[in-house]
Ligand binder design. Structure first.
Ligand code: PMP
Length: 414
């Protein structure tokens, strides 16, 4: 516990005092999905440190982490080899007048690792990458319409923000919507776009907030690829959330479907700020023509961290390990729910699990579960898919299940 935290009395935690201060100098105290109003009761808003699969809040409480910074932490917080690579690069400087050698090396790594990729370019946030993919697709096809799955998240830019505040209808004028995994609705949207179809945008799986996760069906993935081939449009795979957790080659590789363009971020640099677009030769010229850049897009430290992350993910079968840990968690939660006579639904790949309670329209049960589990040291999320990391070991999963047992008791008491 920090001295500052210890100095505060029990009713005034450091977290509470930071929230009060933030209310005065940060609009709403916090932006977007991290606004305190969205947190289950008792959840900290502010964090102080993290190591492996554990995070510590500013008041010194430690939790087994099942959010992994909302995805970026793939190998565990402060992974020693990633830290060493980042620190060695930082010792040379981070932000120069142009890129370092590491940019070319990292692009080579992506091209070697990802079968659809003939080239790569780098940004900072997932939204930079999804926006660049859409821009490249429009530049390459000379068309405007982009098909987006209803409820799918691609970032907080005006064209794709889940909120309409400050967004004009013109920002979204050329988006058409389809239902994920519904071939007929996809085809209807393709027909509606007609000769103006620039791209079909898909996520690695359906991971909309507060609904069961859905893996893509082979039929849907194949239909999306076929529609793009038939119309010469771009198939864009938004791998921002799924990238490296399911399959290092790309999350649709097992379906035998390869995109033309893919957006990556979150896990690729194990917590360092980096995004990437990978593309095939068909879109190389378009990617050369568009003007995309950012003051920090050449930062060498994140790229060095990414090289280490990609290497470890490839060499140690990270998706396989986190799948095993995710299955252990899933089986444990199922058996606890059963023992307590509580009906739950678990969905998604084990690496990115979601647990929802039956008959819980206002998420009262989900929030009670999370609050109680948090008090016993496990950081879960009631409605967003969670994330596992390579740092989770069987003993961590078992300790988290012990915390979850208190969560189920709390739900029983409702
Ligand atoms: N696409 C997907 C599928 C995402 O999950 C996210 C972030 N949650 C984004 C894009 C946007 O990424 P960022 O917040 O880094 O801009």
């Amino acid at each position: 516990m920090t001295k500052q935290a210890a100095a505060l009395n029990e009713t005034q935690t450091l977290d509470a005092s930071l929230r009060a201060r933030a209310q005065r100098v940060v609009p709403g105290g916090m932006w977007g999905h991290l606004n305190a109003a969205r947190l289950p009761e008792g959840y900290p808003q502010f964090f102080a440190s993290a190591e492996g699969c554990r995070v510590r809040d500013v008041d010194g409480h430690e939790y087994i982490d099942f959010m992994c910074s909302w995805g970026p932490v793939l190998l565990g917080h402060r992974h020693p080899e990633v830290q060493a690579a980042a620190e060695a690069q930082a010792a040379q400087g981070d932000c120069f007048n142009g890129p370092g050698e590491v940019m070319v090396e990292l692009a080579e790594d992506f091209v070697a690792m990802v079968p659809h990729a003939d080239w790569a370019m780098f940004q900072k946030n997932g939204g930079d990458a999804t926006t660049a993919c859409v821009t490249i697709a429009r530049a390459g096809t000379g068309r405007r319409k982009v098909l987006v799955a209803k409820g799918s998240y691609h970032g907080a830019l005006p064209w794709c923000s889940p909120s309409v505040a400050g967004v004009t209808s013109e920002d979204r004028a050329h988006l058409l919507h389809y239902e994920y995994n519904d071939v007929a609705s996809l085809q209807a949207a393709v027909d509606e776009a007609g000769k103006d179809l620039a791209a079909i945008l898909v996520t690695g799986l359906r991971h909309d907030i507060a609904r069961d996760l859905e893996l893509p069906t082979r039929e849907f993935a194949t239909a999306a690829r076929a529609a793009c081939d038939a119309t010469d449009a771009a198939l864009i795979l938004d791998e921002v959330r799924t990238g490296l957790r399911l399959d290092v080659k790309g999350s649709w590789e097992t379906l035998g479907v390869r995109p033309d363009l893919a957006a990556w971020s979150k896990a690729i640099a194990n917590g360092y700020a980096l995004a990437a677009v990978t593309g095939n030769d068909k879109f190389r010229e378009a990617a050369t023509k568009v003007f995309v850049t950012g003051s920090f897009w050449c930062g060498t430290v994140a790229m060095a961290a990414a090289r280490a992350t990609l290497r470890i993910a490839r060499e140690t079968d990270v998706p396989g390990h986190i799948r095993t840990m995710g299955l252990r968690l899933r089986e444990g939660l199922a058996s606890l729910a059963n023992q307590n006579g509580i009906a739950i639904r678990q969905s998604g790949p084990p690496q990115m699990p979601l647990m929802l309670f039956d008959a819980d329209p206002d998420v009262k049960k989900g929030r009670a579960f999370c609050s109680a589990a948090l008090r016993h040291g496990a950081f879960f999320h009631p409605v967003h898919n969670m994330f596992l990391s390579a740092a989770h070991r069987p003993a961590d999963i078992d300790a988290a299940l012990e915390a979850a047992s208190h969560g189920f008791k709390a739900v029983r008491a409702i």
